[in-house]
Each structure stands twice: as C-alpha cells, then as structure tokens.
Design a protein around this ligand. Structure first.
Ligand code: PMP
Length: 433
C-alpha cells in the first residue's frame, strides 16, 4: 500500500509523510493497520472525531438514513433531517446568539465555510480588508490561505488575497505581550488599538476580524479570556464584524461547547465544521442576521446537502450534550496537562505545556542555544519530529504543529478516559526520555 502511494499519490500529500500506515479498522480511540498493529489515535481526523471512530450512535444515525427513503444528497433543499440538524445546532448555541442568528450551509470543508464568511462580511459592510492573526490557520483555499499566518504554505503560491492585515496573537511562550499577566494582556490589547489607529498601518475600516479562540495548527495557543473580551469590545466599538473560527474548537473540544463561551462573548459570525458532521464532511456559517445582506442565491455550491453528515451531526451533538462531554474534555485535558507538566520537570527539551480542554500542545525547544529576552528558547522542530516518531513506533499517533513545527499536539476524542490519558502520557514520557 505504501509503495503504491509513494508511486501514485501527489507529492503534496500531508499526514502519510509522518504517519506511514495503511489503516484497515478503527474503533473508539484506536486504529488498526493492515498488519494488525494497533495505534492510539490522538489526531482524531484532525479534531473531527469528537466521539472517536465508528461510535455506535453515529453508525446508527447513518444507517437510519440509508434505510429510509431520503435522498442522500439534496443540494441545499430542505429535508426533515436538515431541519432537525439546524434545531439541534441552534439549541446548543448560547440563546443570545441563536435567537438572532442565521445559518448558511457551505461546501463540505472548513475552508469552504471560511470563504463563505469572508464573502458574507465583505458583502454586508461593502469593505475589503480583513484582520487576522499571526499563527492563524483557516484552511488551504485561496481566501482561507490568505488569512493563514504561517508563511510556509503560502510561499509557493503567488498573488493571494491582498488586504489582509496580521495582528500579533498572545502566544504565551514567545510573545512579550502575554508575559506580565494582566499588564501583558493590556499591552496586547492596546497594541491592536494602536495598529488600527496608525495611518501607516494601511488598515482602513476592515470588513471583519477573524480569530481562533485557541489556535490549533498555529501551535495550540489559547488566547486569554480577557484579551478575547478586549478584541470583542474593540471590534464592536469600531463596527468590525467579529468572525470566530470554531472549525477545530467547536462542540466541546476546549471544555465548553463553543470556545467563545470561555470569554463570555457573542461573536457576529461563527464558522463550524469538523465535529459537527460527526466524522462526515459538513461545514456551516452561523451569523447575526443583521449581516444577511447578500442576495438570494449569492452563495451557491453543490455539496451542501449530505443527509448522512447531518444525521451523524445530530447524533454527535446530542451525545455530547447529553453526556456533557465538554466537561469530560475539560477534566481530561487538565489531567493530561498536569501529567505533561510532570514530564516537563524531567526534560530540558520541553519549553511549555499548554492547552484548553482536549487541545493540548507541548513546545519542544533547544535549551543548548541561548534564550531570548523573555526567557524562551529557540524551537527545535527536528527533536519534536523525533519525539513524534518515537511515539508512533510505540503505537501513539500524534501530530506536530506551530509556526516552526515544534509543537507536539494532543487532540484525542472527547470521550477519552482517565486510564487512556495515563497510558498516553506513559508512552509520551518514554518517547521523550
Ligand atoms: N479553520 C481551522 C481553525 C482549522 O483548524 C481548519 C483545519 N485544520 C480549517 C479552518 C480548515 O478546515 P478544512 O481542512 O476542513 O478545510
């Protein structure tokens, strides 16, 4: 299988480069390859598999659709399943937002929903520029890639969307804005205000500001709640629609159903994908109806009616809410973080352990080199890669992320247990040693 892939598949293939297996079976938190080796999956389809692989409620929901006479695909024409999906999703959003929100079904991927959100705010405001953040990740299509902070994937693609301005994100390990607790956060907030006011910054009335509440691909960086609240008040004061990208954080992953709830803010636009399709492709934009100023039919697209994805999504959202998996994510995330901090005490290569809920990252650094003014050491992507490979050999699938590729990321299914967390940490400890 692997030789075939090497031979036939595009050079641009992504995960197989570091996870060179052919997966034959999967169940819960594990996958089994064609040779029968079992791996613990802490990648979860890049955060998609909230309930793990092949959860019975998801399988049953899909089977019910298959055994009904529903069409599998309906463009965006309404069906009872679609109606139920919208009801379920809206009832899981804070009432203050849901009561004045509308939904747009998009193409199947997160990036499709990001593109739709861009068009939505540009149409509603008549403005052109967008504010984003250093380290942001919003997808690989042209518009979404333009908003992505990491320059790596952009370098070889000429002429992306102009008029995107990047602001500094409170990257706790490396950013001085976040070093001094409250004072640091205040400086971060004042800096954003200063950039918006500085005529030399070239920013003229943006159409929107897009942010992740916890940067995922950017290196698992949770933004402090206060800072998020300040960004909300700056954008509100200036009439800039606030777009929160919850593609990865949404549906319980960070310890709340939606990550923006930590800071108790209400965004103008929320982008959702990954977990909301219960492992099948689905993406939506939910937004304040005052922004609904695009013409009827202005945002079309073929694959917005996958009934199996909606049914799997309903089952997933319901299961998460009924079993309070967001609380489990918070508790297991704290357990994971405290174990990893213990491992950090015995390792000179771990610069920081951080995260929120079950989005956890370990920043691998080179302490042989000189630290900078705020005491952080240079990133050590080669060692991070080696640790990842040592974990992989021991049957633990983890992914890397961050601006330098030096953050080991833990993104397990939300129903992970204490025993599984402890087991994973045991493997990680051994790999680090
Ligand atoms: N936004 C965020 C925050 C993401 O993490 C991702 C995917 N990792 C995307 C957008 C893009 O989603 P997709 O890969 O489905 O296009």
């Amino acid at each position: 299988y692997l030789a075939n892939q090497e031979h036939r598949e595009s050079n641009a293939r992504s995960y197989p480069r570091r996870i060179p297996i052919a997966i034959k079976e999967a169940s819960g938190i594990t996958v089994k390859d064609v040779e029968g080796k079992v791996y613990i999956d802490c990648l979860s389809g890049a955060g998609t598999l909230a309930l793990g692989h092949n959860h019975p409620v998801v399988i049953e929901a899909i089977q019910q659709v298959l055994n009904s006479h529903l069409p599998l695909h309906t463009l965006d024409i309404t069906t009872p399943v679609k109606d139920e999906f919208v009801e379920e999703l809206f009832s899981s959003l804070p009432e203050e937002f849901a009561s004045r929100a509308k939904i747009q079904f998009c193409g199947p991927a997160g990036a499709d929903a990001v593109e739709a959100a861009l068009k939505l705010v540009k149409t509603a405001t008549g403005r052109r520029s967008i504010l984003s953040f250093h380290g942001a990740y919003h997808g690989m299509t042209h518009g979404a890639l333009s908003l992505t902070g990491n320059v790596g994937p952009k370098q070889s693609v000429a002429s992306l969307m102009p008029d995107v301005h990047f602001l500094p994100y409170p990257y706790s390990y490396r950013c001085p804005f976040n070093q001094g607790g409250e004072l640091g956060e205040q400086i971060g907030h004042q800096y954003v205000q200063h950039v918006l006011d500085d005529p030399e910054s070239g920013i003229v009335s943006p159409a929107g500001l897009i942010m992740e509440i916890v940067q995922g691909e950017g290196g698992v960086i949770p933004a402090p709640d206060n800072w998020v609240r300040q960004i909300r008040s700056i954008t509100r004061e200036r009439g800039i629609p606030l777009i929160v990208d919850e593609v990865q954080t949404g549906l319980g992953r960070t310890g709340k159903l939606f990550a923006f709830e930590h800071a108790d803010i209400i965004p103008d636009v929320v982008i959702l994908s990954k977990a909301i399709g219960g492992s099948l492709p689905l993406a939506v934009v939910v937004y304040d109806k005052s922004l609904d100023q695009w013409a009827p039919g202005a945002h079309a697209g073929t694959f917005r009616g996958n009934q199996m994805a909606m049914a799997a999504g309903i089952a997933t959202i319901r299961f998460i809410r009924e079993n309070k998996l967001e609380t489990n994510a918070a508790q297991m995330g704290n357990r994971l973080i405290s174990h990893l901090k213990e491992i950090q005490k015995n390792s000179s290569s771990i610069g920081e352990v951080r995260g929120r809920g079950l989005m956890v990252g370990v920043e691998i650094v080179n302490t042989q080199l000189k630290s900078n003014a705020i005491g952080s050491y240079p990133a050590y992507p080669e060692l991070a890669r080696q640790i990842q490979q040592e974990c992989f050999t021991r049957g633990l699938i983890l992914e890397l992320g961050g601006r330098y590729g030096s953050v080991v990321r833990f993104l397990p299914p939300l129903l992970i247990t204490e025993e599984q967390v402890d087991h994973i940490c045991g493997i990680f400890d051994e790999a680090v040693r």
